[in-house]
Design a protein around this ligand. Structure first.
Ligand SMILES: Nc1nc2c(c(=O)[nH]1)N[C@@H](CN(C=O)c1ccc(C(=O)N[C@@H](CCC(=O)O)C(=O)O)cc1)CN2
Length: 305
């Protein structure tokens, strides 16, 4: 699979939307292979608690794309006032359901629910988000894990753009459990020299300016500027920030000041249309992987890390 890249004032614009569409097509092929070989249909259950507008859109898109790829899709929507025990009870039911190979609880959860407790209640083999402590440990020790979707999608884009990543200097900006830390683990596994920069990093601009690969995952709109970037570097923007646009309308921007950075970088992912679509495509890929592992079937190597 090759990402088609467009020019943007010097830098190549990495087309994550097109790349994600090709991953979904590969997922659909694998779903058909599994059905033909084993008579099994991979199944994904997505759980949403509450009415967060962005989460509702993501969950709807996940269900739609699951069905489009030929998989079995189940959606559970719980009221914002649902108790932790109700949610844990539902996860228990899904863990025991043989038609379900992947379970995802949409984050963030309402404040009264213990996120860590919920994530760790998901059977590790069905944890297609890769957030369960067992999968975190497996990834950190270089073993076969379920890999979190956003870092997996970012890695696929980087490999496609750069080929072998070994020996490259990579800086991950942000240390979240969902993106920053697993991203750093994946880059380490690719034999990059990895630095994690964060809010307490001294002279962050200088640290980032040494990187051949920059992954920005901080949640601060347009924080990364051209002066931070080594000429020719590849920049992966994981941020999804909603801000007020020029006409007072809300717009989505990343953590990177794309127009500014594009003058210096070699290649850059846009927001929207970069890493975001890869997140859902990789969720589908992880569900196929989970199904193959559950039934002892051959795993599609090109759909995982
Ligand atoms: N359980 C999880 N919860 C959340 C995850 C996750 O991986 N697992 N990630 C995010 C939300 N997310 C998927 O759930 C997600 C975010 C963004 C996109 C996307 O395609 N974004 C578009 C822009 C969309 C917009 O305008 O809002 C893009 O970048 O082109 C997909 C999925 C937090 N929760």
């Amino acid at each position: 699979m090759t990402a088609r890249s467009k020019e943007l004032t010097g830098a190549k614009l990495i087309d994550g939307k097109a790349f994600a569409a090709r991953i979904r097509a590969r997922v659909a092929e694998e779903v058909e292979r599994i059905r033909a070989e084993a008579g099994i249909v991979p199944g994904l259950a997505v759980v949403l608690v509450g009415e967060d507008p962005a989460s509702q859109i993501y969950v709807r898109n996940k269900a739609k794309q699951t069905v489009e790829s030929g998989m079995h899709s189940v959606e559970h929507r719980l009221d914002a006032s649902a108790t932790q025990d109700e949610l844990l009870g539902l996860i228990g039911t899904l863990n025991a359901d043989p038609a379900i190979h992947g379970i995802l609880v949409q984050l963030p959860l309402p404040g009264h629910i213990d996120e860590e407790r919920v994530i760790n209640a998901i059977a590790p083999a069905k944890d297609v988000d890769g957030f369960h402590i067992s999968n975190v440990g497996l990834l950190a020790t270089g073993q076969k894990a379920m890999v979190p979707c956003t870092p997996l999608g970012s890695l696929m884009l980087l490999r496609d753009e750069l080929g072998d990543l070994s020996g490259r200097n990579a800086v991950v900006i942000g240390r979240s459990n969902i993106v920053g830390k697993p991203m750093a683990q994946l880059l380490l596994r690719e034999s990059c020299t990895v630095t994690i920069a964060h809010s307490r990093t001294k002279d962050i601009e200088e640290v980032v300016s040494r990187a051949d690969i920059v992954v920005a995952a901080v949640g601060r709109p347009r924080m990364v500027k051209a002066s931070w970037i080594k000429p020719g570097a590849t920049v992966i923007d994981v941020g999804i920030n909603r801000i007020e646009g020029p006409e007072g309308k809300p717009i989505v921007v990343g953590d990177v000041d794309t127009d500014d950075v594009a003058a210096v970088a070699g290649a850059i992912t846009p927001v929207p249309g970069g890493v975001g679509p890869m997140t859902i495509a990789c969720l589908l890929a992880n569900t196929v992987t989970a199904c193959c592992r559950a039934h002892g079937l051959a795993e599609p190597r090109d759909l995982t890390a």
